[in-house]
Design a protein around this ligand. Structure first.
Ligand SMILES: *Cc1c(COP(=O)(O)O)cnc(C)c1O
Length: 351
């Protein structure tokens, strides 16, 4: 068995607060957020709304809750949501769209999870046809997790926005990793605020907070989302201790995301010529998805890595995902290289 420290690349959700973040949390002023009395929650919500140039924001416990509140607010029974087949809102939220919004989902096949306006246009139902669900919402994801942290071209987003406006559809962004996109592209948060009706951002991914996401939108949308959150049991009390971590992260952990991206590219460099690697998805941000050569399976590969002190997750039968984050340092990167060196020496490209 391996007694070295594990190199944990399963997700960017695994980080713990840094000492500085913990200080900010411990010194937070708090109150009862259900009464609207928590000054730190209120400050976080105001800060995020202003950053994106939107009217209001709501601090919630998870990205799933934030996405689901947005979808519940935009849709009603019998609505349909258009999204990519690889979307988190469709694959990983427990069927929440059916459960919470009583709506169906039309999945499309994009390019590594990114849709084009023409594809969406073809999938919009005729609102006068009583056979069909009523198309209400388009939901995009940026960066796209299952696409390997892929980035949308902002022009594509703007085209989708104008289609949605013409067709009277709402446009939501699952921006769990939007800050990873923002540090790699020329757009500002306010550009996204103008393009979408609602945006969900995660503080608990690359930004390194222990808990929390923020939903951003109009006053009216956030008011309704606050009501649904209460009904779902998501109203919370002295949440300011957690909001303080969010404020700290927005001030100190955004620019450093570039380091995560550079280290992800390094992981790609280390793996690219290995005989067991068939393909690596283009590495645009902090996610590395590797396709293995048969007969190697993702499960076997991940177990073998684990025995060497490296943790990753399977992402399909022959796919493995590595995610870089706040705790993955240059020292760990060289350890990673070292530990992986002689793995599967017997496997050749043609096996
Ligand atoms: C992590 C993630 C979420 C939200 O996940 P929670 O675990 O509920 O916070 C939403 N969308 C994407 C793309 C994610 O990666």
């Amino acid at each position: 068995m391996n007694t070295q420290t594990k190199i944990d690349l399963r997700s960017d959700t695994i980080t713990r607060p840094t000492p500085e973040m913990l200080q900010a949390m411990m010194h937070a002023q708090v109150g009862d957020d259900v009464f609207g009395d928590d000054p730190t929650v209120n400050a976080l919500e105001k800060k995020v709304a202003e950053l994106f140039g939107m009217q209001a924001a709501l601090f919630v416990s998870s990205g799933t809750l934030s996405n689901q509140l947005a979808i519940r607010t935009h849709c009603s029974a019998g609505s349909e949501v258009i999204c990519d087949a690889l979307s988190h809102v469709y694959l990983y939220e427990g069927g929440g769209i059916a459960m919470n919004a009583q709506s169906s989902v039309r999945t499309l096949q994009g390019d590594r999870g990114r849709l084009k306006a023409w594809q969406i246009a073809e999938a919009i139902n005729n609102p006068l046809d009583i056979h069909q669900p009523v198309t209400r919402l388009v939901s995009l994801e940026n960066t796209m997790n299952k696409g390997g942290g892929s980035l949308y071209a902002f022009e594509d987003i703007l085209e989708i926005q104008s289609l949605c406006q013409q067709q009277n559809l709402k446009l939501h962004l699952d921006g769990a990793r939007l800050f990873n996109a923002l540090v790699e592209t020329p757009q500002r948060p306010a550009d996204y605020g103008k393009a979408f009706d609602s945006i969900s951002i995660c503080l608990s991914k690359g930004l390194g907070c222990p808990v929390g996401s923020v939903l951003i939108g109009t006053e009216n949308l956030i008011h309704q989302a606050r009501r649904f959150r209460k009904a779902m049991g998501g109203g919370w009390r002295q949440a300011g201790f957690l909001a303080a971590a969010g404020i700290y992260a927005l001030d100190h952990h955004v620019d450093r995301l570039r380091q995560d991206h550079l280290r992800a590219k390094e992981i790609g460099e280390i793996l690219k010529d290995k005989p067991y690697v068939q393909e690596i998805f283009p590495i645009e941000t902090n996610i590395v998805i590797v396709r293995l050569n048969p007969p190697l399976t993702a499960v076997y590969f991940v177990n073998t890595l684990n025995a060497k002190g490296i943790q990753a997750v399977t992402f399909g039968k022959d796919l493995v995902r590595f995610v870089t984050h706040l705790h993955f340092t240059d020292d760990q990167l060289s350890d990673f290289k070292h530990r992986i060196q002689n793995m599967f020496e017997g496997v050749s490209k043609n096996d």
